[in-house]
Design a protein around this ligand. Structure first.
Ligand code: PMP
Length: 362
């Protein structure tokens, strides 16, 4: 489809064309059932196959150990900012947060409403352009959990290595880099991610949770806020956002078809390098926000020499089909979000535009 743009939106983000086309083909009459998935009961075997299939495929792709479940929960990733402390910030324990950006801070602020909290490390002093080293992280006594944000969507930094904190459950918001590379799930007690970047459309948080954490769900909570409600009912206690789950299943099929995370990881490294090279070879015209060693492979943030040029850059890029490049207001400048579905051709076109724009305007 020649009129499709390269979509650099941070989320909802670009989806693979093949996935959109498959959804289109299956839309009106899903597998000969005479109805679309939008019209299918969430108790129908066709939907059950989709939701259990999505769980199984995510486990396969991420190499999730046996003692974890995958849950599909409404309210996006922000809902998890609440559910995590409500379930685990109990018994006089202290929730530990590592604040590396805006969403990490939002998660922390929700924790504060629920119980005692502690900032175990923060990168606020340097404009969130780095990730703390292990020895910069100081946990409190009696920690309930440590919460990290694996990729900072707004500032464009990413954890390159995950630490372990002994028996302290590590919880990670992986909204903006889940499924972009291989990870060792066993380092985490709970991983959550809003779907609208690497997994599918908005509206669902995918939660990968260890069995002991399911058992530890706070039983005093209302039914929709407890993790065990979702685990015991295969995320079908109530009507889930079924179309979103279906789209996630299609995206997972696409990832498997490409060859899985080994292949995607290499593609993502190559794609990001094309744009970071354009920054580094610009004689300082483009200035990256993140310190080099913490650069995100998903969200590439940079500034031009002044705000007028930032605006002109985004507008002119939009005219040639490079959409969604405006930086977030907290950082300014440009942000190129290059999740799994962005083809390398999109990155190359952006890099060429960056070189041309620089020549014309420096
Ligand atoms: N965490 C991160 C890292 C994000 O990037 C976002 C959304 N951009 C959120 C949380 C919030 O997600 P949602 O809008 O699904 O609640």
């Amino acid at each position: 489809m020649s009129d499709r743009k390269f979509i650099f939106n941070p989320g909802p983000a670009m989806l693979p064309l093949e996935v959109l086309e498959r959804a289109q083909t299956e839309m009106v009459n899903y597998k000969g059932s005479g109805m679309s998935i939008l019209e299918t009961s969430h108790r129908h075997k066709n939907f059950e196959e989709i939701i259990l299939g999505a769980e199984a495929l995510l486990k396969e792709l991420l190499n999730v150990p046996e003692n974890y479940r995958v849950l599909f929960i409404g309210m996006g990733a922000t809902g998890q900012f609440d559910m995590v402390p409500m379930n685990y910030l109990v018994d006089g324990k202290i929730a530990n947060y590592i604040v590396t950006g805006s969403f990490a801070n939002k998660a922390y602020k929700e924790g504060v409403k629920v119980g005692p909290t502690h900032v175990a490390a923060s990168t606020a002093d340097t404009g969130h352009n780095s990730i703390p080293s292990k020895d910069q992280i100081k946990l409190s006594e009696n920690p309930a959990y440590v919460h990290i944000t694996s990729n900072n969507t707004i500032f464009g930094t990413q954890w390159k290595e995950f630490y372990s904190f002994g028996d302290v459950p590590q919880v990670a918001d992986m909204s903006s880099d889940i499924l972009s590379k291989k990870i060792d799930v066993s380092k985490f007690a709970l991983i959550y991610a809003g779907a609208q970047k690497n997994l599918g459309p908005a509206g669902v948080a995918v939660v990968i949770i260890r069995n002991d954490m399911i058992e530890k769900s706070n039983q005093k909570l209302p039914v929709m806020l407890k993790y065990d409600t979702y685990a015991k009912n295969n995320s079908l206690y109530n009507t889930p956002p079924s179309f979103t789950v279906y789209m996630i299943k299609l995206v997972l099929d696409w990832v498997k078809g490409l060859g899985g995370l080994d292949v995607l990881e290499k593609m993502n490294e190559k794609k990001a390098a094309v744009i970071y090279d354009a920054i580094d070879n610009s004689n300082g015209f483009y200035k990256g926000h993140a310190q080099k060693e913490f650069r995100s492979l998903m969200n590439i943030t940079y500034k031009l020499p002044n705000e007028d040029l930032d605006k002109q850059f985004v507008a002119e890029a939009g005219e040639i089909g490079l959409a969604g490049l405006k930086g977030h207001r907290e950082v300014g400048g440009v942000r190129a979000s290059v999740y799994n579905a962005m083809p390398i051709q999109g990155c190359e076109k952006l890099a060429k535009f960056m070189a041309d724009f620089r020549k014309k305007n420096s």
